[in-house]
Design a protein around this ligand. Structure first.
Ligand code: LMR
Length: 393
């Protein structure tokens, strides 16, 4: 049987981890995978997470199974974090999932179960794993234009033109904030216009929010999701705690499905069923830490303070890089780096230029020229700026 297996294409983002490790150059710079790093290159365990782990170690009495949907307290805490009371509990079905990827996968499976013919509309570009999972599940995909290669901002007119083609029951996948891979985001009036289009067409929004707190702040980053949730009858939200709690390997996420109160129970039951079919009980450790942090005022305040330090640190690096490039190039053409939000920016370089950055300068980024701002520090910013100009970007 195994003789029938064919090699699978390597994941372009994860592949970079191995390549970077194997590079013997001491001054190499890793701007690849979307993992936050501090100025020393460490992905730290956040203070509140450490404190919660200590408390948990002292008080946890059992590792017996939890609920198929995860703990109700976790689901409630996540709904509060993302939605902040903008919709009533009678509309919210929710399950814990293994990370944000697990939430996306379960959301796609829910769509396939409810409406097998639905097309899922994805931004061009989007996180490559969206595409591969949809493809793996045999689901229909339609791209909508999103990124303007000239301005490196959102081409909103083109996006709306494409989305005018959605059918009732189709799903439109949006990034809640910190668009991956471009860093270019919708403004609130643009979210408003998208909500109106979805209302008019009967298409269903699915919002992937994996970086809440990394862009403009915890509430500002969820403003688009909250606007959509308050207006549209059915909404899917895939949330991740990997980045904003720094618990990548714990696999902590949530899938939230908003529906009419009359459909909540069957939706909730279906989400639990999908968990059972795919992995049974969702991982608990990270979810428990998140619940403890969000429900304890002191832990929550410390977590928010540290998250804010992380966010402001990335913003300062953006400013520094944009300024450095302005000074070196004598032009404002890299101003978009300071406008983008979150971990990523798409530079708009060719694959050859990205390759030259790697081979000639030891700088690693994804082939589409997505760079992880958090991989920089104040000393490496000028090195990157010089390299960007040296390869002719
Ligand atoms: C990324 O986009 O780099 C992260 O979301 C990590 C991943 O799983 O791809």
């Amino acid at each position: 049987m195994f003789a029938n297996l064919k090699p699978q294409p390597a994941d372009k983002i994860l592949q970079l981890i191995g390549q970077f490790k194997a590079d013997p150059r001491a001054d190499k710079i890793d701007l690849g995978v979307g993992v936050y790093k501090d100025a020393t290159g460490l992905t730290p365990v956040m203070r509140a997470v450490k404190a919660a782990e200590k408390q948990l170690w002292e008080t946890e009495k059992t590792k017996a199974y939890t609920g198929l949907a995860g703990e109700p307290e976790y689901n409630a805490a996540m709904a509060e974090l993302v939605l902040a009371g903008t919709v009533g509990a009678d509309r919210i079905a929710s399950v814990a999932t293994p990370g944000g990827t697990g939430a996306c996968r379960q959301a796609f499976e829910l769509v396939r179960l409810a409406n097998p013919g639905a097309a899922v509309w994805v931004s061009d570009p989007t996180w490559p794993n969206h595409l591969t999972i949809l493809n793996y599940l045999g689901m229909q995909m339609r791209p909508y234009r999103y990124f303007d290669a000239e301005t490196r901002g959102v081409d909103f007119a083109a996006m709306m033109e494409d989305l005018a083609g959605v059918q009732a029951g189709d799903v439109v996948l949006l990034h809640g904030c910190c668009h991956n891979p471009t860093g270019a985001n919708l403004t609130l009036p643009e979210w408003q216009a998208v909500a109106e289009l979805l209302e008019r067409t009967g298409a269903i929004p699915m919002i992937d929010i994996a970086y809440q707190g990394f862009g403009d702040g915890l509430d500002a980053d969820a403003a688009g999701v909250r606007l959509i949730a308050g207006r549209l009858p059915e909404v899917l939200i895939a949330a991740s705690c990997s980045k904003n709690f720094g618990i990548y390997r714990e696999r902590t996420g949530a899938l939230i499905a908003l529906s009419d109160p009359a459909r909540r129970e069957v939706t909730q039951g279906t989400l639990a069923f999908l968990n059972r079919q795919n992995y049974s009980f969702p991982p608990d450790h990270g979810a428990r830490l998140v619940t403890m942090i969000l429900s304890d005022p002191a832990l929550r305040a410390d977590w928010q303070a540290e998250l804010e330090e992380v966010r402001l640190g990335m913003l300062a690096l953006r400013e520094q890089l944009a300024q450095e490039l302005r000074a070196l190039s004598g032009s404002d053409r890299f101003g978009f780096i300071a406008q983008h939000r979150g971990m990523f920016s798409r530079l708009g370089a060719s694959p050859e230029q990205v390759e030259r950055l790697r081979t000639e300068h030891g700088i690693y980024m994804v082939g589409d020229s997505r760079l992880n701002i958090a991989g920089l520090n104040t000393k490496t910013v000028p090195i990157l700026a010089r390299a960007i100009l040296a390869v002719g970007i």
